[in-house]
Design a protein around this ligand. Structure first.
Ligand SMILES: [Zn+2]
Ligand SMILES: [Zn+2]
Length: 278
């Protein structure tokens, strides 16, 4: 036990991954209890998504070291937007500013992934899930994991946050993403209050609706303020929400890991639904 404790105190990455695995597992079983899906069909759906953990982890772990180097380099040389401000102490004001600016960067990243065909082909793998539950959180093509981490390196280079900001951000972001994908929607009243600042399952489910213009709204990562500010905020009732993406609704493709991994290397088709309004 003592050995285990000392292992986790020196390997924060491993401690975080274990914590997320426990949370995802607990929420997964909670979803089984409250939804009508049988254990077997839920596992069939989730097992495809869970395979993406094995392709994402090596990419993520490899590039994380690079981000740490950039952050240290920026702070030694006083580089980046955050270092333009003279902070008397790097207290909560500094951390909050770093967090909010990184959240804006993640919003921009998400918009960019939707707007350029070459990037969208990787991101649509996440959208191709015909049923959104907690396992959808990890449905990310390894190509997107690579692109996302490269963009994060760029944001760290531009902003120059200390590693503490990145760790706090990572914890909030992972919890927020897990919760946004659960099947537990908030009541309209609670959603109105919480979604004023934060992305809720109700908001993120709209982003997973199978067709435009809903797919192009609620890009926010942790905070919903950017969607409100830049006019990409959208709402849709649960009964009107259908998950998936209109160009890839074939369950034989979406339900098989190897077929999903091939999607970015195939010809892309875009569908417009100009008549629909948010
Ligand atoms: Zn998206
Ligand atoms: Zn999502």
């Amino acid at each position: 036990m003592v050995q285990l404790r000392s292992f986790f105190s020196t390997h924060e990455d491993a401690a975080q991954i274990l914590l997320y695995a426990v949370i995802i597992t607990l929420l997964w079983f909670a979803e089984v209890l409250v939804t009508t899906d049988g254990l077997k069909s839920k596992w069939r759906h989730s097992s495809v998504n869970l395979l993406f953990i094995f392709t994402a982890l090596p990419v993520q772990l490899l590039l994380t070291g690079f981000i740490v180097i950039i952050s240290k380099w920026a702070n030694i040389g006083h580089w980046g937007i955050l270092n333009l401000i003279h902070w008397r102490t790097k207290g909560w004001g500094y951390y909050l500013t770093g967090f909010v600016l990184l959240d804006l960067c993640e919003y921009l990243y998400h918009v960019i992934m939707h707007k350029f065909d070459v990037l969208w082909k990787f991101h649509l793998v996440h959208h191709s899930d015909l049923k959104v539950d907690v396992s959808t959180t990890v449905r990310e093509h390894p190509g997107e994991t690579f692109i996302r981490t490269c963009f994060l390196t760029l944001w760290v280079f531009i902003l120059g946050p200390v590693i503490g900001v990145l760790i706090i951000r990572q914890i909030f972001q992972t919890f927020s993403n897990i919760i946004a994908h659960t099947e537990f929607r908030l009541s309209n009243r609670s959603n109105k209050i919480i979604s004023f600042l934060f992305i809720t399952p109700n908001l993120h489910h709209v982003h997973h609706h199978y067709r435009l213009p809903y797919t192009d709204c609620n890009y926010g990562d942790v905070l919903s303020i950017w969607d409100r500010l830049f006019g990409t905020y959208g709402e849709l009732d649960r009964e009107d929400t259908n998950f998936g993406i209109d160009t890839h609704m074939d369950e034989n493709v979406n339900g098989k890991f190897i077929n999903v991994v091939r999607i970015p290397f195939q010809k892309l088709e875009r569908k417009e639904h100009p008549g629909d309004q948010i």
